[in-house]
Design a protein around this ligand. Structure first.
Ligand SMILES: *[C@@H]1O[C@H](CO)[C@@H](O)[C@H](O)[C@H]1NC(C)=O
Ligand SMILES: *[C@@H]1O[C@H](CO)[C@@H](O)[C@H](O)[C@H]1NC(C)=O
Ligand SMILES: *[C@@H]1O[C@H](CO)[C@@H](O)[C@H](O)[C@H]1NC(C)=O
Ligand SMILES: *[C@@H]1O[C@H](CO)[C@@H](O)[C@H](O)[C@H]1NC(C)=O
Length: 409
């Protein structure tokens, strides 16, 4: 038998110790019965006010929690984003951030000031910018900081938030017309009044990257009106955190740029997730950061080769290249590949893209305001139902936690 200090005891010493502990516990139990009987003396059941002071009220049902993934690269706006995440949340206590900050550690400011009010709820990985492996890899790293929260929310590090965004986010997922709802778009630009919602509905074939690519168009949407979108953008992803287990971020896509989003879109859809644009804007994004550093400008000599590798990997996973990346087989890649709920051929047909003929024309089908609403549910209210589901799966996620933290090779 081992004690916490690591000393070992013989078998007979153990027996004596065990008997002693048993007697001690029995004694304590009997004592506490007497104590309780004494303290609650005279009260009968519900009407007992005295006991209320000893036994606290059943706490209100705990708040569902949100994990916010924020990857940043030498971004001076990152700390304002961190501040905004917490100061605009209605319940900052339910918000947990996974921050991957890639910066010149000696001269550049970190993503939050020490002493930030909710700083305890920020988990972080700091990477010297000279070792950064591109945005797709940084988002994979940020996802490794997930610790069993109920919802997943990925944003960019130069983002501003709507007041009470956390309440709106959860309510939006509750009213989404699918049980496996994944909300994404390119958020409106900082300064835009945000009266219309950008929806990712247009596509074209990017000849440079040899990849389908897509764009947003703005729509007037009422709360509860969801537009289907065959694509997801990296700067706004909101869903149940189950997605992190079902569609884990691929650690081997160094320096990937065009291709990250179409690959994740196809993986989500084939795993049975339904992608929609949000029905209202929750965040604003600072586009036009041409004067800011980025990994491709800083590492001009170094990004091209890994990017070619990542492109080939993405093209293989998307069925556009028959040669598996060196050292990989279809089964070694299954974890990061397509799902079995729907097949890849059907995804391309759904998105109106023919990657082999380099034709992409999604707008005919998706840039129309055909909205879907959640049907009224019999029985429990949608919010309550969703809460139960999230609770049940929180347990499942806890059991599967180690899967999420596979070391990145
Ligand atoms: C970005 O800036 C350029 C010029 O600085 C301007 O022409 C363009 O409209 C801006 N784009 C956005 C989305 O603000
Ligand atoms: C296909 O994949 C192989 C192996 O990764 C790579 O060498 C080749 O360049 C890829 N071809 C295209 C067209 O992506
Ligand atoms: C994909 O699924 C459809 C049914 O939705 C089926 O008709 C088709 O044969 C499948 N394609 C492949 C390549 O498995
Ligand atoms: C929990 O997640 C599993 C997949 O991970 C899914 O099949 C199941 O429907 C989810 N349960 C609820 C109640 O949402």
């Amino acid at each position: 038998m081992l004690t916490p200090e690591g000393a070992s005891y013989s078998r007979s010493q153990c027996k004596v110790l065990g008997l002693f502990m048993l007697l001690l516990m029995l004694g304590l139990t009997v004592m506490s019965w007497f104590l309780l009987a004494f303290m609650s003396g005279g009260c009968d059941g519900n009407a007992c006010t005295h006991e209320d002071q000893i036994v606290p009220d059943v706490p209100e049902s705990p708040l569902l929690s949100i994990f916010v993934s924020v990857a940043s690269y030498r971004d001076p706006e990152c700390k304002d984003t961190m501040q905004d995440i917490f100061s605009k949340a209605k319940h900052p206590e339910r918000v947990f951030v996974g921050s991957v900050q890639q910066l010149a550690t000696d001269i550049e400011e970190a993503c939050w000031r020490p002493g930030l009010k909710w700083g305890q709820q920020i988990r972080s990985i700091t990477v010297p910018f000279s070792e950064a492996r591109g945005p797709t890899n940084a988002r994979h790293l940020a996802a490794t900081l997930y610790r069993n929260e109920d919802y997943f929310f990925q944003i960019d590090s130069h983002t501003t938030f709507r007041q009470d965004w956390d309440e709106h986010a959860i309510a939006m997922l509750d009213r989404c017309p699918s049980a496996k709802c994944f909300l994404s778009h390119y958020p409106p630009a900082t300064g835009d009044p945000g009266l219309q919602v950008p929806v990712l509905c247009m596509s074209h074939f990017d000849e440079g990257a040899q990849m389908p690519s897509f764009e947003a168009r703005n729509f007037d949407l009422q709360v509860g009106e969801f537009m289907e979108s065959p694509f997801v953008g990296a700067g706004f992803q909101l869903s149940s955190a189950d997605v992190l287990l079902e569609v884990p971020f691929d650690p081997k896509l160094d320096m990937l740029f065009v291709g990250e989003e179409i690959l994740y879109s196809a993986r989500l859809w084939t795993k049975g997730w339904d992608m929609y644009a949000p029905d209202m804007n929750l965040v604003w994004h600072h586009y036009n950061r041409s004067e800011h550093p980025n990994v491709f400008r800083d590492r001009t000599e170094e990004w091209w080769h890994p990017q070619q590798g990542a492109n080939a990997r993405a093209r293989f996973l998307l069925g556009m290249n028959e040669t598996a990346p060196p050292g990989e087989t279809p089964s070694s890649l299954a974890f990061y590949g397509m799902g079995t709920a729907r097949n890849l051929t059907d995804y391309w047909r759904y998105a109106q893209i023919d990657p082999w003929e380099r034709v992409a024309d999604s707008q005919q089908k998706f840039c129309h305001k055909h909205v879907r609403r959640r049907a009224a549910l019999p029985g429990p209210q949608p919010a309550a139902g969703a809460t139960d589901a999230a609770g049940q799966n929180a347990t499942a996620r806890k059991l599967l936690q180690p899967l999420l933290h596979r070391p990145s090779p």
